[in-house]
Design a protein around this ligand. Sequence first.
Ligand code: AMP
Length: 283
Amino acid sequence: MKVFQTVHDIQKCLLEINDKHGKTFGFVPTMGALHQGHLSLIQSSKEKTDITVASIFVNPTQFNDQKDFEKYPIQIDKDLEMLLDAGCDIVLVPSVEEVYPYGTVEKTGVNLGFLGKTLEAEHRKGHYEGVLQVVKRLLDIVQPDFLFLGQKDYQQCLVLSKLIEHYHLPIQLEICPTLREKDGLAMSSRNMRLTAEERTMALQLSASLFYIKEHINDFPIKTLIETELEKLNQYDLIKTEYLEIVNGKTLKKIKHFNPKIPTVALIAAKVGEIRLIDNVIIT
Ligand code: AMP
């Protein structure tokens, strides 16, 4: 596995491979503190493409909360070991200066419409502008054929599909299912910051989503959401930001369930100090 810290060096390597062998490239962008969820994306890329490229970069411009950025877990050596074991071919671990040589002011011109106003966008102001900015830059550097993203960040997948569309990038988006712990908690780098008590509480988030999926035909949408919010709000350690059942393409709230329309339930909540998100696809 080759590890690069500069754009110049990784591009030289990628160009050489491309010129000599005409291989297909899969790209898995991450912020590190890797877990099996990330590695499942590496696995999918290995199955679909010739060369798998990963990046580890904690992008400062996508954090709306400075404390969250400062406390984001960093474990580069362990991450590189995990990527090596997973069979990743090339890793980019750039500095902020490498990613943003001209500073961070310039954002992309992607118009997200409603996607840029609802759910995560509403609760994390500026977050997707930062995500678009960093992913556009990383895609320009790596120029992959396939981009592998996790369904765990459902809205992010829709946002980045808009990015690809906006710039007419010749990149195929592959969305991989959410990997969960045995008890149902969605794997996340932030889970390692939970105390034992918070870790137990965090289970309520996926439990609510699973309950909604199971009972989507049994109650009106409004009742389902109200009941689940009430359950979650019993716990002092949980502060829900949203729990919504929406159209899986537009993210507009749905009033009545229709199994013919893509539908997804999404949640964001703070458990103690740690903000977690999760979702389940209903249809
Ligand atoms: P992050 O390092 O959190 O920015 O995530 C990097 C990529 O891994 C994103 O495409 C995430 O959606 C994906 N990812 C994060 N957690 C999971 C998970 N539990 N299962 C599958 N993919 C995940």
